[in-house]
Design a protein around this ligand. Structure first.
Ligand code: ADP
Ligand code: AMP
Length: 213
């Protein structure tokens, strides 16, 4: 099963993608997490990506496509995966489609998590991230057991640089201009499914499971 998560930054794609990955035993592939891991490890790719990420811009397609295709070629992705944060532009979607077509394969579901902008801003300012293991919390909705500390690995949680209010608005504009057209792209392929992302996390997940049944 090959799934794409669509939705604005902060809509809950990562939260749901993790739940899907666990339930259906497929890898959760997040380009944002891969970039952040590269930044943490000080790689050249990480340094390059950081320049764009900190400004709320998209990392160029060439760089992003390379990291994604390398990842999905790995053995653990052969029976499917859930993509979180990729594709984010039409050219990225086209490259993915072409790579899958060559294998006689295709995306099965593009799940669009719908959340209005006002909720997004609240979600992103309250999001706390563990840059060590990729876990995500929210100061109100999903607080860690001990304030500021990751439940899973004990590292300090941070407000991502790109979750600061001035960058969030830019990211929302970039989303509307470059990523939203993917909704029509996948609707035309007959694989688009919309879910109401304003519900409680477990209810969003229930709606997704109904779709994937
Ligand atoms: P995305 O991957 O789309 O950027 P995340 O999954 O990281 O979004 O979610 C953004 C923030 O909102 C996180 O702090 C997360 O804990 C919180 N969140 C996710 N889903 C919900 C929900 N259904 N209700 C309330 N808060 C949520
Ligand atoms: P995310 O963790 O998905 O919110 O991504 C964080 C940031 O990483 C984005 O704002 C972009 O700068 C960059 N990024 C992640 N995925 C992509 C992608 N598919 N294309 C371009 N940039 C990306």
């Amino acid at each position: 099963m090959k799934i794409i998560m669509l939705g604005a930054p902060g809509a809950g794609k990562g939260t749901q993608a993790k739940m899907i990955a666990e339930e259906y035993h497929i890898p959760h592939v997040s380009t944002g997490d891969m970039f952040r891991m590269n930044i943490k490890n000080g790689t050249e790719l990480g340094m390059e990506a950081k320049e764009y990420m900190d400004q709320g811009l998209l990392v160029p397609d060439e760089l992003t496509v390379r990291i994604l295709l390398d990842r999905v070629k790995k053995e653990d992705c052969k029976d499917g995966y859930v993509l979180d944060g990729f594709p984010r532009t039409i050219p990225q979607a086209e490259v993915l489609e072409e790579a899958l077509n060559k294998l006689g394969d295709q995306i099965d579901y593009a799940i669009n998590v719908e959340v209005p902008d006002e909720n997004i801003i609240r979600r992103m300012s309250g999001r706390r991230a563990c840059l060590s293991c990729g876990a995500t919390y929210h100061i109100e909705h999903v607080p860690p057991k001990k304030e500021g500390i990751c439940d899973d690995c004990g590292e300090t949680l941070v407000l991502r640089d790109d979750d600061k209010p001035e960058t969030v608005e830019k990211r929302l504009r970039v989303y509307q201009e470059q990523t939203q057209p993917l909704i029509d792209f996948y609707a035309a392929k007959g694989v688009l499914c919309n879910v109401d992302g304003t519900q409680e996390m477990q209810d969003v997940f229930k709606a997704i499971k109904e779709i994937l049944k």
